[in-house]
Write a protein that binds this ligand. Structure first.
Ligand code: XMP
Length: 191
């Protein structure tokens, strides 16, 4: 297994919230929950990229159902730690989801603005069902009444990075999730 301790980006974290081992164990449990729900029936898995790439890659290999895969890209943070309140879908789905069961996989449910924007887009294509799965659930900042169906971990109101989550496109490759030291938020070079 890759040794997280040797990654210099770890020095930018105040605290590791979830180690690689804890994340992988939780994903195995999520896979069981999802398999119990779908009972080997096929469904469409839609990954919200880029943030959900590592989570999706690990989760999809725990799933027994035949899965059709697609991704969707949304943006709202623009190199800051606060959503600007109006997520934009940067691309559209390539596969048809009408009358199909759909599972949306995202890295984090924070304000809920992004996921609700994606759900609104998907609903218009008349799927049979929509379920959501997020690795992290930051309840404190929710602006939309939205609860994910499958949740990896509840987290405190802190800006977290790693395992797909970025700040200005950094830290996505860390295999753990941690709280970013505020000194590394909005450094002068990015303002
Ligand atoms: P919302 O607020 O719309 O957030 O639910 C969804 C998207 O915003 C990003 N996000 C974060 N990224 N650390 C990050 O690195 C965070 O603490 C954080 N909170 C939200 C993320 O891309 C997510 O899909």
């Amino acid at each position: 297994m890759y040794n997280c301790e040797r990654n210099p980006q770890l020095n930018d974290l105040d605290k590791i919230l979830f180690t690689e081992k804890q994340i992988q164990e939780r994903i195995q449990a999520l896979g069981i929950e999802i398999n119990n729900h779908y009972q080997n029936q096929e469904f469409v898995l839609i990954s919200v990229v880029n943030g959900a790439i590592p989570f999706t890659a690990d989760l999809m290999r725990e799933i027994h159902s035949p899965v059709y895969f697609d991704s969707i890209r949304a943006s709202s943070y623009n190199h800051s730690t606060n959503s600007n309140g109006s997520p934009i879908l940067l691309d559209r789905l390539n596969i048809g989801i009408a009358n199909k069961d759909v599972l949306i996989v995202d890295d984090i449910l924070d304000t809920g603005l992004t996921l609700s924007c994606i759900i609104n887009e998907i609903v218009q294509q008349k799927p049979k069902s929509i379920k959501t799965c997020v690795l992290l659930n930051k309840i404190a900042r929710r602006q939309i009444d939205l609860t994910a169906d499958f949740v990896g971990f509840d987290i405190p109101d802190e800006f977290v990075v790693g395992y797909g989550l970025d700040f200005a496109e950094k830290y996505r490759t860390l295999p753990c999730v941690g709280i970013l030291n505020p000194d590394f938020l909005n450094p002068p070079s990015w303002s």
